[in-house]
Ligand binder design. Sequence first.
Ligand SMILES: Nc1ncnc2c1ncn2[C@@H]1O[C@H](COP(=O)(O)OP(=O)(O)OP(=O)(O)O)[C@@H](O)[C@H]1O
Ligand SMILES: O=P(O)(O)O[C@@H]1[C@H](O)[C@H](O)[C@@H](OP(=O)(O)O)[C@H](OP(=O)(O)O)[C@H]1O
Length: 607
Amino acid sequence: MKQNCSLHSARDTNMDGIYDNSMEKMEIEDLCITPADETNQHLPVREVPSSSCSKTRRSFRPKLQATKSFPPYSQCIGGLGEDGEGNNDLTSELVSTCSSVVPDNKCEKSAETETKTNQIVKCSREAVKAKWRSRRKEMSWRSCDVDTGTQEEGRWCGKRMESVGKERKDEENEGDVGKHQRDKNSSFDKDKDEEEEKKTGTSSGSTVNMELMDTLHSKDEDPDGTNESSTKRHLILSRLLHSSSTSSSCSSINFSSAESDEVFSEGEDAASKSQNFKKSRSWRTYLTMMHWSLRRQSSWVQLAGHQGNFQLSKGGEVLKLYSEGEAKCLDSLMRDPLRPFVPQYHGLVTRGDHCYIRLEDLLSGLRRPLIMDCKMGVRTYQEEELVKASTKPNLRSDMYQKMVKVDPLAPSEEEHKRKGVTKWRYLQWRDTTTSTSTLGFRIEGLMMEDGSVQRDFRRIRTLAQVTEALLYFTRSHLQTLEAYHSRLLALGDALKNSTFFRKHEVIGSSLLFVHDHSKASVWMIDFGKTTPLPDSMELQHNIPWVEGSREDGYLIGLTSLTASLSQAINKASGLQEDSCVASWRAEQIEQLTEAKGIAILLKQKKS
Ligand SMILES: Nc1ncnc2c1ncn2[C@@H]1O[C@H](COP(=O)(O)OP(=O)(O)OP(=O)(O)O)[C@@H](O)[C@H]1O
Ligand SMILES: O=P(O)(O)O[C@@H]1[C@H](O)[C@H](O)[C@@H](OP(=O)(O)O)[C@H](OP(=O)(O)O)[C@H]1O
């Protein structure tokens, strides 16, 4: 044994967290714990009710002004929730309503047509609204009645989304090269994507001028500014999200297609074409290889927490710097009803001079994932910090600096004089200036599908603001929101049955929300400050903390998050309803105008 993993917490050690390609060097010497049951991984969760309108999704794509770039969502999420059947039903129903009201010969008199158009639009809008209302009712009923048995088994929600992913792929294969090559950061496409590229011979790295693509697609998506309300909404959010949005560490790659344009320019003879084709193929292969290797290096992202705490590993695992407390928690959790909500724990490993906890990589298998880290509980400091602060205060100048940077008036006169604050004071200030102490959780950071990361959510204090953030994070996608909601309800049930939860004070732990075009899930992570209670003690987790009670308010946070997701679901379905009506209306007007045109032509022909 190279290092005694249980001797000390190595958390303070600074490490470079850069991905080490030479995995062979890794010394797997201390597999202290048997690997977790693999069969528990990636089980699909029940299908969530579908209620989206594909057209609406295409036309409704909220934009956030403050962030640097957001690729069109249609391919990532817009196709999600495939509700083809339902929507077709709806559309065909409306079209048949329309055709029954509008006889074939009615277009001869334009004034009459206009009146009829208005009538149809009005009556059909009512029909659509009624339909949506009943759907929404059905949905909310269904989300309350979650099949927790299935949920507990399942680790991912939204199996239904996969078929749409397939649909999307078909669309891409039909020749829209641009769509295929949108991945600006190229960080998250994994083997699936690569295989796809190999098959089609198109590197997602080539022909990428993302900014142009973004512009084009954003025009596509909202040609006449019909998304005004959502834009406004997200402008509000962007104001909430302080200006410090930082770009992710993921590399971004821009490849030009110039070489292929040259190769296949007109007027070339077949021989030179074939020669050039060979050249271009080797060039393309080189680019693709480079692209893949870059992508592999940046396929994992650490959204929050201490820098240098993590290392990438192979086989869908991440390595987190060892701490005895966390390892013990994870060990217990593998035998607790909470297991399906925690990354699989595969024991310990020594790498170099350090010991690591081997964890399931929760991003593994996701394409361009969106991630959100919510730190749970009404406080993020342990009671011992408070005791330390009053008995042997250790002033932290780094924390004082962080505090002053945000609010120069926050430190007391004394703290200003000493240019230092205790850790407890700093953490408590963070808790009271964010939603932690009021809502029982705070958003620590989120990453969108283009790799852009936002970490400053200190202005988010109310439930309504959290709801806006959730709508932004999920792009108001109903099925994703519903999947998250169901998962939280299932987590709530598991927590009720968990001995681990009853017997531990859970501080500074996070819920990690991850989704892509086909899957969504929420996971409990970070048990570094989770401590077991004395034998006789149990916590309720849903009452305010008073010194000595050790209550953490974890369930207060879970309740707030669940409520906020419900609000977001209501808003998203309302938006879809309105947007669906609008797009149907536009379509009907277009059809009638076309019919009117044909009638005029016929009339002219006759005369
Ligand atoms: N198993 C995992 N799979 C994928 N990503 C993970 C996993 N565990 C952690 N992460 C990523 O790393 C980030 C930090 O994780 P974690 O909170 O465990 O670290 P930490 O250094 O202990 O944090 P803190 O400083 O808040 O105590 C998370 O926000 C998430 O982005
Ligand atoms: O997010 P911020 O504002 O940067 O503040 C950090 C955050 O609260 C961490 O949770 C905390 O680590 P622990 O959870 O381990 O206490 C860290 O303390 P540290 O500097 O002592 O590590 C703080 O600096």
